[in-house]
Ligand binder design. Structure first.
Ligand SMILES: Cc1cc2nc3c(=O)[nH]c(=O)nc-3n(C[C@H](O)[C@H](O)[C@H](O)COP(=O)(O)O)c2cc1C
Length: 409
């Protein structure tokens, strides 16, 4: 990969604490709430009910969302003492890129519904800290604009997330646009070949795409435009209908992965893997990485908590490709646990959306700085100085209340 090898150093905890306490001495308070609960509450006050629910909600009765958090709750850290943690380093290497912390901004579509800066603001915040930004197919700004705007801040990794639709020429076009614009990996989301049954959105009768939001990459695509009798600017309804007819492809199978390989040279990661057998099929298909994810509980209700699915996938993959993780990451301890169970790095979803809603680019930046500080302190206070030291021996299961045997996971 052509990404720069050097990475920026992120404050590992105490510096960030001091910054915030120093603000307090002058009577100030962090403009972006540090507590995730307060941050989400503030975002809720700012956003329209339907925009808030679109981000916050999940599939059906939201049992999978709860399972995501419960999996973290059951898994506990067992701190170690007297291990010289004076020097600490959060950096990790993922697909040849050196990241200052094991944190990526995951693909989140239609960000314009939470802040007008949308994907550009998020990508700029990520770039300012040297963290990778994964642009959604359903972004509010185009592949090219996000690359250009984030590139003005710093040259940090950008990946493109693909929703693989019914039209192969359109799929190939988007993949090639991303590659031309410097996105250095392709994240193929497998769990959204149909839209989950999202009760909050159904209650509001609200799907932003049907209002033309989150369709920037389609409306700007030459193949998509070529399929329309009139340009989207003249006849947006026809363009939205065409998008609806092409968006997803439930007929895809493992045989189709070869198509993507033929259309891109960048590494391919599959997002949405939860079953060890699928992990095996993915590795056999020759992909370069996996992301264990249940889409933040937005697709299948009653599903396995993503953290519960991580160990069996890691075991199956057995180091052949990197395994990344998302779904339910809120604080430093969550990142710690995912890494200890074998994830190379984690992706954020709603967590950075709330920062974006509250304060745009600065809000996302604050969320990232706080999460990195929280992770750095959690690691140091638990006796670890760098991410590669973490393994399942750092954890126990709370209901067993005994030291963890990695085979339990
Ligand atoms: C509002 C919203 C939009 C999302 N859009 C996409 C998307 O376009 N592509 C994708 O692969 N995942 C999408 N996701 C899923 C995230 O990438 C990620 O898997 C999920 O948010 C992780 O769960 P968490 O938010 O509970 O941490 C979206 C999530 C949210 C909350």
């Amino acid at each position: 990969m052509s990404e720069p090898k050097k990475s920026l150093a992120l404050p590992t905890g105490p510096e960030r604490e001091l910054q915030i306490y120093a603000l307090g001495l002058g009577g100030g308070k962090p403009p972006v709430p540090v507590s995730l609960e307060l941050l989400e509450q503030k975002a809720k006050e700012i956003l329209s009910p339907r925009a808030y629910d679109y981000v916050a909600g999940g599939a059906g009765g939201e049992d999978t969302m709860r399972a995501n958090r419960e999996a973290f709750y059951r898994c506990r850290i067992v701190p170690r003492m007297l291990r010289d943690v004076a020097k600490r380093d959060l950096s990790v290497e993922v697909l040849g890129a050196q990241l200052p912390a094991p944190i990526l901004l995951g693909p989140v579509g239609v960000q314009e519904i939470v802040h007008k800066g949308a994907d550009v603001a998020s990508a700029r915040a990520a770039a300012s800290l040297g963290l990778p930004f994964v642009l959604s197919t359903m972004s509010s700004r185009t592949i090219e604009e996000v690359a250009q705007e984030a590139g003005k801040v710093a040259r940090s990794p950008r990946w493109f997330q693909l929703y693989w639709g019914k039209n192969p020429e359109l799929t190939a076009s988007m993949v090639q646009r991303a590659e031309r614009a410097g996105y250095s990996a392709l994240v193929v989301t497998l769990d959204t070949h149909l839209l989950g049954w999202r009760e909050r959105d159904l209650h509001h009768g609200y799907l932003p795409f049907m209002q033309g939001q989150g369709l920037a990459n389609y409306f700007s695509d030459p193949v998509f435009r070529g399929l329309l009798p009139q340009p989207p600017e003249q006849n947006p309804m026809a363009a939205i209908q065409l998008w609806g007819s092409l968006f997803s492809n439930p007929a895809l199978t493992w045989k189709d992965i070869g198509f993507l390989r033929r259309h891109t040279r960048v590494p391919i990661l599959l997002k949405g893997i939860l079953h060890a057998s699928d992990a095996a099929l993915a590795v056999d298909a020759g992909v370069d990485g996996l992301i264990v994810s249940n889409h933040g509980g937005r697709q299948v209700d009653g599903g396995v908590g993503a953290l519960d699915a991580l160990p069996s996938v890691v075991r199956e993959v057995n180091g052949r490709v990197p395994v990344l993780f998302d779904s339910g990451i809120r604080r430093g301890a969550d990142v710690f646990k995912a890494l200890a169970l074998g994830a190379k790095a984690v992706l954020l979803g709603r967590t950075y959306m709330w920062g974006l809603a509250v304060a745009g680019e600065e809000g996302v930046r604050d969320v990232l700085l706080n999460l990195a500080a929280d992770l750095g302190l959690t690691m140091a206070l638990s006796g670890y100085t760098c991410c590669r030291e973490l393994d399942a021996s750092a954890l126990c299961k709370s209901d067993l209340a005994e030291r963890c045997d990695p085979r339990q996971f």
